[in-house]
Design a protein around this ligand. Sequence first.
Ligand code: GLU
Length: 395
Amino acid sequence: MKNLLSDRINSLPTSATLAMAAKARELKTQGIDIIGLSLGEPDFNTPDFIKDAAIQAINDNYNSYSPVDGYAELKDAIILKFKRDNNLDYKPSQIVVSTGAKQSIANVAQVLLNPGDEVLLPAPYWVSYSAITTLCEATFKEIPSSIENDFKITPQQLEEAITPKTKMIFFNSPNNPSGTIYSETEYRALAEVLEKYPDIFILSDEIYEHINYGAKNFSFAAIPSMYDRTITVNGVAKAFAMTGWRIGYIGAPEWIAKACTKMQGQITSGTNCIAQRATITALNESPDRIQYMVDEFKVRRDLILDLLNDIEGFKTNVPEGAFYVFPNVSYYFGKTLRGKTINNATDFSLYLLEEAHVATVTGEAFGNADCIRISYAASQEQIVEALKRIKAALS
Ligand code: GLU
């Protein structure tokens, strides 16, 4: 049949993380015992105190449209959270609640980017940053990093990447997929470069801030010269095991928040009212309530690093946050395993799926073709079994 779809959708890549998760799910329904280490999704239940708040909201008859930018009480909880966790001051008019941090990011891109604008992506980066940029008919430029430098970019690289067309940089720390956390000093050094280019906006995606194994968190907007051009993105999915509840939010200059509300008003309206009410409870509580999950993720990180070290050809950094490892597997490129030639990270990831029945994601989708992403948001038993299978498939 003739392709009648728009150029827009034809040029959009499928989300590699979601595609791999769907593939793993499909194989599972066929009875194949797949271990899914592809999706960045905590395997914990949402804490009871949050579930109770949602049940209460249903019983209190929260069933109507909410304000497009979110309930006033939720905005208050977000303002409290920004102050408590990030030392950031926002007013209610600077907050917009959306259907997941992904929509928050898409809103910001839609309201700031014009066709032909350039977006800087420190690589590796989350798969949807590039796709969302493409949807806005803007172009993206990758700033490469290496495992030797803990997947961090330098101020000099940033300076060299900037052109008169640069409109925005997508910054993500703790990083998906590398787990890298930039220190305050490193933030300030990057900000010093950006100070020379007042027309560049910073989208600071801090969704993994609580999944942190001891490094000090910092926010771009906490640097006074950056505050007026930084959009701070966060949400409850990762920290509170609420991925399916779909709540993300931004703190931003008022004129950008207003534009995002206008955009959202035409596309989705206010997000799910029950999830918003539950999020009020989640954010008003101390982050100590979710520390048990972070502690467990740290145990799993150490476990998976140990197990990977024991397999030939995996080179890793030590992720300080998030729940991914991003090993360089280029050692295997050009080799033939069980009759299959591995030319790149995509071949390697597919090989692991087919021969070890372990789902990972190719690094190509994250802007680094030498690596694969392994999520350790899975039980210790699953991690041990998955790495045992990988080792066997590669030996
Ligand atoms: N952000 C998560 C991941 O990277 C969830 C899937 C997605 O939205 O990409 O796995």
